[in-house]
Design a protein around this ligand. Structure first.
Ligand code: ATP
Ligand code: ZN
Length: 303
């Protein structure tokens, strides 16, 4: 380890695993870092292969109108990111260039586009699934992976503003969805144990905004709707959520009018894997030199 690097972020940057951009939480990744991510991605696929999930990949931006309807702005306005672009004429362009040259704000010359940044891999899925009509008897299961954006700048390398989230999402009856989440609570722990990482599982809540948000967060905890698999990475006291197991009840089913085969409002659940978080946890616990990682861990990741 580098003596002159006081923090985990410094160590990862110094070793070139992450590449600085001048913005907290926005990093480039080295080839080796990506090999670890790819190995973990394949391990997830092997672990979930029996589910025969339908693979869908969306770009890291989603339809703004669908995003508005999803309710994200009600719960997490502080995290959302929107895409803006220039829509003016020659005169506006000249003003924009003058402002730039003077170091003045220029962004009032921009307009919001029809695209927002994807906040979680599953957000573009629900309206897509809803369009297919009532669910089959067995419900549906999807395999997703997306770069996600959350406006939460931090010096902790595990809290990034643009990061990848792999997800399995189950849509079906309450029984189907609850069974899926129970199953993944177990599989997720076995998977992280295989990687030689210390962990514990605990009930959790999402960072709902404002005063109303506090009520939502405590009800989410009371109902046991969110669990996290936590690995100590930055500190022992505040371990990092590397996997989450979320039961949304009928929240997305009723928002998007997704119906079961019997015509009831569908329930949904997802298991989310924080790809960068797991990779960084591996570097933190097994060292920055992948060649020296335990053989079982290298095997599991096909490294
Ligand atoms: P936290 O409580 O740490 O903010 P979260 O519970 O909001 O995380 P989810 O919304 O459940 O996270 O997202 C699914 C997974 O995505 C998390 O388990 C985590 O591994 C990963 N993740 C979430 N936010 C970030 C981030 N800012 N940087 C990197 N990974 C993240
Ligand atoms: Zn999800």
């Amino acid at each position: 380890m580098c003596e002159a690097c006081p923090t985990l972020l410094d160590k990862l940057l110094h070793k070139g695993l992450l590449v600085e951009t001048g913005i907290d939480g926005l990093y480039g990744r080295s080839g080796l870092f990506e090999q670890v991510i790819d190995g973990f991605d394949r391990l997830i696929s092997r672990t979930g292969a029996d589910q025969k999930a339908e693979v869908l990949r969306f770009p890291p931006g989603m339809n703004r109108v669908l995003f508005e309807k999803s309710g994200y702005l009600k719960s997490f306005p502080q995290l959302a990111g929107t895409v803006h672009s220039f829509g003016g004429n020659d005169k506006d362009h000249a003003v924009l260039l003058d402002r730039l040259a003077e170091g003045q704000p220029w962004w009032d010359k921009q307009e919001m586009t029809d695209i927002v940044l994807t906040p979680a891999a599953c957000y573009p899925l629900y309206p897509t699934a809803a369009k297919r009509g009532p669910l089959p008897e067995d419900g549906l299961i999807f395999d997703l992976n997306s770069y996600c954006f959350r406006h939460e700048p931090s010096k902790e390398p595990t809290r990034q503003q643009m990061f990848r989230m792999r997800e399995y999402v189950r849509i079906g009856t309450p029984d189907q969805v609850v069974a899926f989440r129970k199953n993944w609570l177990e599989r997720g722990q076995a998977l992280i144990a295989k990687l030689g990482l210390p962990f514990n599982v605990d009930v959790a809540n999402d960072p709902f905004f404002g005063r109303a948000g506090r009520v939502m967060a405590s009800s989410q905890r009371d109902l046991g709707l969110k669990f996290e698999l936590l690995v100590p990475v930055n500190s022992e006291e505040n371990p990092t959520a590397c996997l989450s197991f979320n039961y949304h009840q009928d929240h997305f089913g009723s928002t998007w009018n997704i119906r079961t085969a019997a015509g009831e409002t569908a329930h949904t659940a997802c298991v989310g894997f924080g790809m960068e978080r797991v990779a960084i946890a591996l570097f933190r616990h097994h060292g920055l030199d992948v060649d020296k990682w335990p053989a079982e861990v290298r095997d599991a990741l096909s490294l």
